[in-house]
Each structure stands twice: as structure tokens, then as C-alpha cells.
Design a protein around this ligand. Structure first.
Ligand code: AMP
Length: 179
């Protein structure tokens, strides 16, 4: 049993299939006996993962900066809703509370959170697993770009290998159980 931090979209203008993916992650997370750590929003994929996790019996912790509470609609149903002053504090608490990190499709915020936790893993600042769940090739252009940077010598293979790339919800949770 682990506390799994899920990074994902807060945008309401995305296709519903991504919200369904987030819900499937929440359902599986609960079925496997894990708890959820998230940014604590009710909107879009963030809301979907938290609602599905709770529906399956998982405990959910949300970490939300006070100034974002109206925009991202604070998840007041969370078992624990931690209200902070800054984004940095949000990420620090999400990091500290989590045993593993799982990024789903998302926008700038998701990328920012993923890159921080991934780069700190690559610098051996922590040993927690970092996974990216990509069922439909959403992240393929990013992956290709990073591979090009590796070819040019800007990115080490060792850093790339700290990010586990998985295509299905099942593969994500099987990998989490092994890591
Ligand atoms: P997005 O992927 O842009 O929809 O954002 C997903 C989540 O990341 C939202 O809850 C954003 O508030 C959050 N986010 C955006 N920028 C940051 C940041 N610098 N640090 C932590 N979280 C962020």
C-alpha cells in the first residue's frame, strides 16, 4: 500500500476520454489499497481521479494554494485538504506525502510538476518511482524530443531511465507494485 501522487489536467476543455482515464486510475488505485495525493481540485481529471478513488474506498489528500481555491474548486470532500500559501509549498507537501508519482495527460501545470519530481529523481535527491501513463501517444512528441536531446548529449540515458513510461492503467499499477 502506497500514497500515490497523481498529476493530471485541471482543464475542462479536454476530451472526456481523459477524464475517464483519470477515473480509471482512481478506481484502480483504491482497488489496490493505495491512497491518493493530489493538487486538491474538483475540476476535470483532478476531480475525476479523486472522486473515483474515494468511491472505491481510498483515502484522498489534496494540497491547494488558497488563491487557487475558486479557480480549481477545492475538493472539500477530500479526507484531508491542506491549504497552503504558495505553489512551492504545495509541491513540497505533495512530494513529502507521496511514495510514488504518476503523471497522466495534462498541461503546463502537470508538466511542471512532473519535471520537478523527475529531475530530482535523476539527481538522486529521492528514490521514489516516477511514472508516466500514456495510453494514446499524448506524450510521444515530448518523448521524441527528449530522445533527440539524449542523442545530442544534453540528457543522460540514466536520467531518462528514471521515468517509467507505461501504456495502460494495469501496467502502471503492476509497475508500482514492483518498484
Ligand atoms: P494543468 O496541467 O495546467 O491543467 O495543471 C494541473 C495542476 O498543476 C493544476 O492544479 C495547477 O494549479 C497545477 N500547477 C500549475 N503550475 C504549478 C506549479 N508551478 N507548481 C505546482 N502545481 C502547479
Amino acid at each position: 500500500m502506497a500514497a500515490v501522487c497523481v498529476y493530471c489536467s485541471s482543464s475542462e476543455t479536454i476530451d472526456d476520454t481523459y477524464k475517464d482515464l483519470a477515473a480509471a486510475v482512481g478506481t484502480r488505485l483504491a482497488a489496490d489499497g493505495h491512497s491518493l495525493v493530489s493538487g486538491g481540485g474538483r475540476v476535470s481529471m483532478m476531480g475525476a481521479v479523486a472522486r473515483a478513488a474515494r468511491a472505491g474506498g481510498a483515502s484522498t489528500t489534496g494540497v491547494m494554494p488558497a488563491h487557487l481555491m475558486p479557480l480549481e474548486v477545492a475538493d472539500t470532500d477530500a479526507d484531508e485538504l491542506i491549504v497552503v500559501d504558495t505553489m512551492r509549498e504545495r509541491k513540497r507537501i505533495m512530494d513529502e506525502r507521496s511514495d510514488a508519482f504518476l503523471a497522466l495527460p495534462g498541461g503546463l501545470g502537470t508538466l511542471e510538476e512532473l519535471f520537478e519530481v523527475w529531475t530530482s529523481a535523476a539527481l538522486d535527491m529521492h528514490t521514489k518511482p516516477v511514472l508516466i501513463l500514456d495510453p494514446d501517444g499524448f506524450y510521444e512528441p515530448l518523448w521524441a524530443y527528449l530522445d533527440a536531446l539524449r542523442h545530442k548529449g544534453f540528457v543522460r540515458q540514466q536520467a531518462l531511465s528514471r521515468l517509467h513510461h507505461v501504456p495502460t492503467v494495469d501496467a502502471a499499477f503492476t509497475a508500482l507494485a514492483r518498484l
